[in-house]
Design a protein around this ligand. Structure first.
Ligand code: ATP
Ligand code: MG
Length: 303
């Protein structure tokens, strides 16, 4: 049985300017200990999907089933209990600026009336896990972005969740810091068996850490499966765009530069007119040609 199951989930918003179908018939199974990536462009519905996943927002219809429990069947109290099992971290860290690192980490435990001594001991343990024990008494303003995200991860783990959702958790970080946070998430997944759901618009994040991926476009999941399979053989245009990027340099069997040298001015213009025939659409993506300016030697993309 999958740990997280979404069945025919739809989410519609009624707005002043009309109806927005943010999620369209989403079906998704996430197994225990997966690191499952959900990737899509801005506005595709990623955050709506995770808000529906933990019932911070109720789907318009469809079922969300966590560890065999259908969330729509739960009372508000039971739902609050269930949500403790699902922690989240965000792009902007969401730390309490007036509290030091230690207090930020044990804050969820104090809400649950865990004794201060026990909560502190657990917070120190978690800070050790994320490599920040020496910053226990520092304030968030005194930390780097990567350190703040480590504190947020420690805090997210304080309630011993089974599921950790990361909504663009590395989007504000530089590549090296991103790598160190992804390594930490990998370690948490391996050592504690926590199932991780990663929301991102960066394919590099999926490649680095996820075993499975779902691609969301305009509210629909257009492709899902093992990362290795999707990278090897992407089927939807959306995954091809995300994997290969938007702009391609056409690889031609002939040398344009050589061809340019052989043409006189008239030929050049006839080649310009010829352009539409030379466009190629492969994978539904326009391929661009590289053209070298004869005088300056500068290269530009034409197409
Ligand atoms: N509360 C809301 N009311 C109305 N429309 C909403 C609401 N929340 C989200 N939407 C719309 O639903 C769609 C999906 O939004 P969502 O925030 O899930 O996208 P996203 O993939 O997380 O984007 P981003 O990468 O920019 O965070 C968008 O068209 C958005 O405008
Ligand atoms: Mg979002």
């Amino acid at each position: 049985m999958a740990l997280i199951e979404l069945k025919n989930v739809n989410k519609t918003y009624e707005t002043g300017v009309g109806t927005v179908r943010a999620l369209k018939d989403i079906n998704l199974s996430i197994e225990k200990s997966d690191i499952y990536g959900i990737i899509g462009m801005s506005g595709a519905g990623k955050s709506t999907l995770v808000r529906c996943l933990n019932y911070l927002e109720r789907p318009t219809d469809g079922d969300v089933i966590i560890a065999g429990k259908k969330l729509s069947d739960l009372s508000e109290k039971a739902l609050r209990e269930e949500r403790r099992n699902i922690s989240m971290i965000f792009q902007n860290f969401n730390l309490l600026m007036q509290k030091n690192v230690l207090k930020n980490v044990y804050f969820p435990l104090s809400l649950r009336h865990v004794k201060k001594k026990d909560a502190e001991a657990r917070a120190y343990e978690l800070l050790e896990t994320v490599g920040l024990k020496d910053k226990a008494k520092a304030y968030p303003a005194e930390l780097s972005g990567g350190q703040k995200q480590r504190v947020a991860i420690a805090r997210a783990l304080a309630s011993d969740p089974e599921i950790l959702i990361c909504d663009e958790a590395t989007s504000a970080l530089d590549p090296q810091t991103t790598k160190s946070i992804l390594d930490l998430l990998k370690k948490i997944n391996k050592e504690y068996g926590i199932t991780i759901v990663i929301i991102t618009h960066q394919m590099s994040v999926i490649k680095e850490i996820c075993n499975k991926v779902a691609i969301i476009e305009d509210g629909s999941l257009v492709e899902k499966g093992k990362v290795a399979d999707i990278f090897a053989n992407p089927k939807s245009d959306a995954s091809k765009r995300l994997i290969f990027g938007d702009v391609y340099i056409e690889k031609t069997p002939y040398d344009h530069d050589k061809e340019d040298e052989d043409l006189d001015e008239n030929d050049q213009s006839s080649r310009e007119n010829d352009k539409p025939n030379k466009e190629k659409k492969i994978f539904g993506i326009r391929f661009y040609k590289k053209k070298k300016d004869k005088d300056s030697g500068d290269e530009e993309l034409v197409g």
